[in-house]
Design a protein around this ligand. Structure first.
Ligand SMILES: *Cc1c(COP(=O)(O)O)cnc(C)c1O
Length: 417
């Protein structure tokens, strides 16, 4: 029987024409190097990788969810990663140069590419606990004798705070400004703010940064999903946060396994020492390679240059296109909304009378997921009867497909009911 690899390679060779038209001439494949070495000189061909694995890709009407593979990178980002993949470089040199470039683009003193926002939280915490002290860097998560407390507002506790706890710190919960000020001691390593929870806590983001500054304790804000708007890239540094963490694979549309830590130079340097490529460090598990570093840098370059107004208008157009397609179906109502923090882009919510149409939200989600093409919508609370659609991760033309599939499912239920 023909081997799996040779099957790939032969098919690849035969199908190179369609591959090139698909990816605009990028040679983006592991087999290319092998082909070159073996003298076949074959260019690349579509691998139909997901199909071969029996995985059915979907149209992403959900948003930038890690579970759903986050975003599709712009072609320029993929091209930059591919170029970066062809030569060896020193990772510390690359991190420094890319960090400087990113920092100058967003208006920060320094920047570090991490393997995600969660990794940025770990590195930031380790930087505040260990600094550049080699002994401490080696010893954490044993923080005995170190500054080892991180102060949170109670309402800012969240799943990703595990990334902070990984450094061996104790989280101290407070609710009011007074509690915060009296919780600060010589054990305090860092003050943490979750931007997403701004409305839930008594202390708002600006005030929180000011308290930290006054006390001389480094502050970190998690702003993972908070671009767009583009101004947010530099806003929290300006507000006085010492460290700011973003996801690279969300609105910035960099590699899914990338994140950004911005901040004060000495803290960013310490963050770097507390992670990869330094083997004996708490952050070593979150490795950013040359491809991610160059990919995220390129994504940030593209992002700051993008015509954000035109992009916004296009999202509005898609929201209204899908809304119009379902309007007029029995009992159906639509609503445009923009989340106040995180994923701040136009979305569509579809409401209908579940009894009249004999269609629950779960049925609707299932029909879209199991249909052809497969469509994933925004995960929402089971108690919220509305179906929510995000348009910002749709690829060109997919708005019409989502519109007609939604209309189809609703109409079918309207007819059957
Ligand atoms: C997505 C997210 C993270 C994790 O980001 P990664 O880049 O996937 O590591 C952390 N915090 C918040 C608020 C997020 O939304």
């Amino acid at each position: 029987m023909e081997s799996w690899i040779s099957h790939f390679t032969r098919r690849g060779f035969l199908q190179r024409t369609s591959w090139f038209s698909l990816l605009g001439g990028l040679s983006l494949d592991l087999h290319a190097a092998n082909n070159r070495v073996s003298g076949k000189g074959a260019r690349l061909a579509p691998q139909k990788i997901y199909e071969k694995l029996g995985i059915r890709p979907f149209i992403n009407a959900a948003g930038t969810y890690t579970m759903l593979s986050a975003c599709i990178m712009p072609r320029e980002v993929v091209a930059a990663m591919e170029e970066a993949s062809r030569q060896h470089v020193s990772i510390p040199e690359l991190q420094e140069a890319a960090g400087q470039r990113i920092a100058s683009l967003v208006g920060a003193e320094a920047a570090l590419v991490t393997s995600g926002c969660a990794a940025a939280l770990t590195l930031a915490t380790a930087a505040c606990v260990c600094g550049t002290d080699e002994g401490k860097i080696r010893r954490v998560p044993d923080t005995n004798g170190m500054k080892s407390e991180v102060i949170f507002q109670k309402t800012h506790r969240f799943g990703y705070d595990h990334a902070i706890r990984n450094v061996g710190v104790k989280i101290v919960e407070v609710e009011t400004r007074q509690e915060l000020e009296s919780a600060i001691s010589d054990k305090t390593a860092m003050l943490f703010f979750l931007n997403l929870a701004d409305q839930l806590g008594k202390i708002k983001r600006q005030e929180f940064a000011e308290i930290a500054k006054k006390a001389g304790i480094p502050s970190l804000i998690d702003a993972a999903a908070d671009v767009p708007p583009a101004e947010n890239l530099g806003a929290y540094i300006k507000m006085g946060y010492d460290l700011v963490a973003f996801s690279g694979g969300k609105g910035i549309k960099g590699p899914q396994c990338s994140g950004l830590l911005l901040g004060r130079k000495e803290l960013i340097q310490a963050a770097f020492l507390n992670g990869s490529p330094n083997a004996d460090s708490a952050g070593r598990i979150g490795k950013a390679g040359k491809e991610e570093i160059v990919g995220l840098m390129t994504a940030v370059e593209l992002y700051v240059r993008r015509d954000h107004e035109a992009e916004w208008k296009d999202w509005e157009r898609q929201v209204s296109l899908i809304g119009k397609a379902v309007a007029g179906i029995r009992s159906v109502q639509t609503e445009r909304f923009v989340p106040e923090i995180a994923n701040q882009v136009p979305h569509l919510a579809i409401k209908w009378d579940a009894t009249a149409l004999r269609l629950t939200k779960e049925d609707f989600v299932k029909a879209l997921r199991e249909g052809e093409p497969r469509i994933e919508v925004r995960p929402s609370s089971p108690t919220d009867p509305r179906l929510e659609i995000a348009v910002w991760m749709l690829q060109p033309g997919e708005d019409r497909i989502v519109a007609s599939r939604c209309a189809e499912v609703l109409k079918k239920s309207a007819t059957a009911a």
